[in-house]
Ligand binder design. Structure first.
Ligand SMILES: Nc1nc2c(ncn2[C@@H]2O[C@H](COP(=O)(O)OP(=O)(O)O)[C@@H](O)[C@H]2O)c(=O)[nH]1
Ligand SMILES: [Mg+2]
Length: 245
């Protein structure tokens, strides 16, 4: 696809300790990609969040998510406010390297509908045994239900065409949003591509995810989306993209 405008949508809750360098690095990356127009949206929940001042000083637009109920809800509000044909999401805690956005955009230009950053290919400094195990199990469940070979569906560094993000009701309000986005792309028939990205250790502030609470929500989302997809395939088996290769 030919992309003119790119929206970078960054969820942030109390990330004033980390978002400054992230946006500085993003702005440097944007300067190296003059063929695109960019907008940067930072989605915060609370108007008192100190992240706002730090982000505004670096030219980002602040989007307030009035329903402060998680990363997925924040992203959904950001998507609605964005205007690019392509959307990139990554975290505000320094875990993702904004300098990689060019790799994601290249993959979209070559025909992908969803590009997923992969820690399996690129490594991580932010992992522990529980996170590693959860990621592996949920990704395997996802791959079986959706018939993909994707290795890191839960990674929060993604790029996709606009259609993957808007025009439907986002049920996933928390970290299960990663599942919903990937499911939507597959349902729409878009090719998925994985690219190697390295995950850094969070550079400050506090981690917002909780292994048990979020793991459970993610598992439910994989089952909900995956079984719905299977049922949908049964009734659309004549669709051209459902033919065996
Ligand atoms: N606006 C908003 N952002 C959130 C919320 N929960 C998490 N985030 C952001 O989502 C990103 C990922 O969260 P993080 O705490 O790093 O969890 P991790 O993905 O397990 O490392 C960070 O940029 C957070 O600031 C939320 O409730 N609201
Ligand atoms: Mg993090």
């Amino acid at each position: 696809m030919s992309i003119q405008k790119v929206s970078v949508v960054i969820p942030a809750r109390n990330e004033e300790a980390t978002i400054g360098p992230v946006l500085d690095e993003l702005n440097a990356a944007i300067a190296r990609l003059p063929r695109y127009r960019f907008e940067t949206l930072v989605v915060v929940d609370n108007p008192q969040d100190l992240t706002i001042g730090v982000a505004q000083a670096r030219g980002a637009r602040i989007v307030l998510n009035p329903r402060a109920i998680g990363k997925g809800a924040a992203l959904a509000t950001g998507f609605d406010q964005s205007t690019g044909e392509a959307i990139i999401i990554f975290d505000s805690d320094g875990s993702h390297n904004p300098r990689d956005i060019g790799i994601f955009l290249d993959a979209l230009e070559r025909g992908a509908g969803l590009v997923v950053g992969s820690r399996v290919l690129g490594g991580s400094d932010d992992h522990n045994v529980i996170r590693l195990f959860g990621n592996a199990v949920f990704t395997l469940m996802f791959s079986i239900l959706f018939g993909t070979t994707i290795m890191d569906v839960l990674n929060g560094y993604k790029a996709f065409v606009r259609d993957v993000a808007v025009g439907y009701k986002h049920k996933a309000k928390g970290f299960d949003c990663e599942i919903e986005i990937a499911a939507r792309a597959i349902r729409q028939g878009y090719p998925l591509v994985e690219v190697a990205t390295h995950e850094n250790k969070r550079s400050g502030g506090k981690m917002k995810s909780r292994a048990l609470r979020d793991g459970f929500a993610i598992m439910l989302a994989v089952l909900r989306e995956g079984l719905a997809y299977r049922a949908w395939r049964l009734f659309h088996w004549r669709k051209p993209n459902n033919r065996a290769p």
